[in-house]
Design a protein around this ligand. Structure first.
Ligand SMILES: [Zn+2]
Length: 141
């Protein structure tokens, strides 16, 4: 047995009805044997979502949004930490990283900037400790 929420397209009345299977519903609909309980119109269709299903989905979504916000907050804190404690060298990252490594200079701060994955791989192969971190854009609001 299957329960469907049906809606009358004529008077907008919603009502529940039991069927032995979804096939039976299709069959009755085709034979025009489904009619509205209040106005008897045969212009009846299956409602897309039961109210129950809608609520469950809403709950899941807000959970995901909450998780997304938490991760974003962490990444944002991480970004702030890097900005406060590292020197930004932009596109010169690969060059700067090498000069620090090979010239044995001891900078006061670590550096951060942008580099391609290929550059990072090469730096690592040369024994230069390089980390890739996720970098998020600041919130615009
Ligand atoms: Zn009706």
């Amino acid at each position: 047995m299957i329960k469907y929420l049906l809606k009358c397209k004529h008077c907008e009345q919603e009502f529940e009805s039991w069927f032995s299977s979804s096939n039976e519903y299709d069959r009755l609909l085709k034979l025009k044997l489904l009619n509205c309980q209040s106005c008897e119109s045969i212009n009846v269709e299956k409602s897309l979502m039961s109210p129950n299903l809608l609520n469950t989905k809403k709950k899941e979504n807000s959970k995901e949004i909450k998780k997304y916000r938490e991760i974003r907050k962490k990444l944002s804190d991480y970004k702030k930490f890097v900005k406060d404690n590292f020197e930004y060298v932009g596109e010169n990252f690969t060059y700067k990283a090498r000069s620090i490594h090979y010239d044995k200079k001891k900078p006061k701060k670590g550096i951060y900037g942008s580099a391609s994955l290929k550059d990072v791989k090469e730096l690592r192969e040369e024994g230069i400790k390089t980390d890739i971190i996720p970098w998020i854009e600041d919130d615009k609001n």
